[in-house]
Design a binder for this molecule. Structure first.
Ligand code: T4K
Length: 404
């Protein structure tokens, strides 16, 4: 790896990059290939590839057991899972949702003809501000979707009590939260249902996929019907539905990756500990905290940048890192309310969400997972440290330069 002595050593100013190949956020973790192939061969032998085959059933049972929930309904991806969940809970009119999330959470509502009502976040947790939720309730509100961002649970108790008080439905987007706990309970059993993503970029993946979990038998019944066109029996539908089913190949990946899940978490944690320890010594950088009282998957290494203390704006650091092949992401910039079709007011008044806007301007997500080694994390932190020490010179060289 190259020496980092001063700004001449930065790729942005013409030096070779720190890494020859791009280090990506969201490189898939892949469990034992032989286990995956064994499950897949079984599916080929049976000539049973989709529609609630034995691999999907085994995967659902193991998920339900792992999460300590009564029902685990697998789906083809979390976006469709959210759509099915919204339908199964009968949401209508207005639904309260954070803007600081991946846009799927919000698009689902608009796609289904509902109005997303954006609320601000608590900057300490990055999750919905429960007082803002209270203030957003109107006579048209039918439900709340909380998002357990980065796997850190929302204030589920407060949201459950608001939902009870106002007779609202409550569900969670738990796309990031597999393997995480809240007050000692695995995420999966909060609200009326929770939706996890198993997309390739998640630390636990099934290529594409997801699961909806619930402890409510009636909700589970509707989720199952709706994920299979509403079919009840061969020639009859009970309700409207879509094709939201997971197939056997994805479930085979899920079984192989479930066996490997603890190892993935261990790797993520090791990387996170290096990032956190090293960043504690760099002025202006603060790694989000996963405290030791809960279980975490550590899949997102999200860092908040304080421009005054670091000496450079977030977006210059973003470009410096990209030039070095460290492909950090600005999750979730700029906030859904500042994306179309929401920002132009086509879906309702555009709210002012100062905490969301400020946070989305200062976050960066760093590479981790089994494709990122602690030695690479150390090298990234050396680069961050050098950049911070040279911040004034970088700023000077950047002013008026098209490289920045
Ligand atoms: N709710 C929340 C809170 C979510 O974060 C998400 C998804 C959802 C709901 C919806 O879940 P799904 O319907 O997807 O199951 C990525 C993912 O596509 C998305 O699943 C995820 N959240 C979001 C946070 O990240 P992009 O737009 O950043 O994807 P993309 O193509 O830029 O890839 C991300 C990185 O992963 C890149 O660095 C490339 C790398 N990559 C990607 C794939 C697919 C690989 O190295 N290998 C791969 O196979 O959205």
């Amino acid at each position: 790896m190259k020496a980092l002595r001063g700004t001449d050593d930065l790729a942005m100013f013409g030096a070779p990059p720190l890494f020859a190949e791009p280090l990506l956020v969201g490189r898939p973790n892949i469990g034992d290939r032989a286990t995956f192939m064994r499950h897949l061969e079984g599916a080929f032998d049976r000539r049973w590839l989709s529609n609630f085959g034995p691999v999907v059933k085994e995967f659902e049972q193991r998920l339900a057991q792992y999460l300590g929930v009564r029902h685990a309904v697998t789906v083809c991806n979390a976006t469709v899972g959210l759509e099915i969940a919204v339908r199964a809970l009968g949401l209508s009119g207005e639904v309260i949702v954070p803007s600081f999330t991946f846009v799927a959470t919000v698009h689902v509502l608009h796609w289904l003809g509902l109005r997303p009502v954006f609320v601000d976040i608590d900057p300490a947790t990055h999750n919905v501000d429960v007082d803002a939720v209270r203030r957003a309730i109107t006579s048209k509100t039918s439900g709340i979707i909380g998002v357990h961002l980065w796997g850190r649970a929302c204030d589920t108790e407060a949201l459950e009590s608001i939902a009870r008080e106002h007779d609202l439905r409550l569900m969670f987007d738990a796309a990031h939260a597999l393997g995480c706990s809240h007050r000692g309970r695995m995420i999966g059993g909060f609200g009326e249902c929770e939706v996890f993503s198993f997309h390739a970029t998640k630390f636990f993946n099934t290529f594409e996929g997801g699961v909806i979990t619930t402890n409510h038998d009636d909700v589970a019944h509707r989720l199952r019907l709706m994920s299979n066109f509403g079919f009840h029996g061969l020639d009859n539908t009970d309700c409207v539905g879509v094709n939201g089913k997971m197939n056997e190949a994805c479930a085979a990946m899920g079984l192989a990756n479930l066996d490997a899940l603890d190892g993935f978490v261990k790797t993520n944690r090791a990387n996170y500990e290096v990032y956190r320890r090293r960043m504690a010594a760099i002025p202006g950088l603060q790694c989000i905290v996963y405290d030791d009282s809960e279980r975490w998957n550590y899949q997102y290494v999200v860092v908040e940048l304080d421009q005054a203390a670091f000496g450079l704006p977030r977006d210059i650091l973003y470009r410096i890192l990209h030039a070095e092949n460290v492909m950090v992401r600005r999750y979730f910039y700029p906030g859904c309310h500042r994306m179309e079709p929401y920002r132009s007011g086509a879906v309702g008044a555009v709210p002012e969400l100062p905490q969301t806007e400020a946070l989305s301007d200062r976050v960066l997500a760093f590479p981790t997972g089994t494709q990122t080694a602690p030695v690479e994390v150390d090298a990234i932190c050396d680069l961050l440290s050098c950049t911070q020490r040279q911040a004034a010179v970088v700023a000077e060289r950047c002013s008026g330069s098209s490289a920045c």
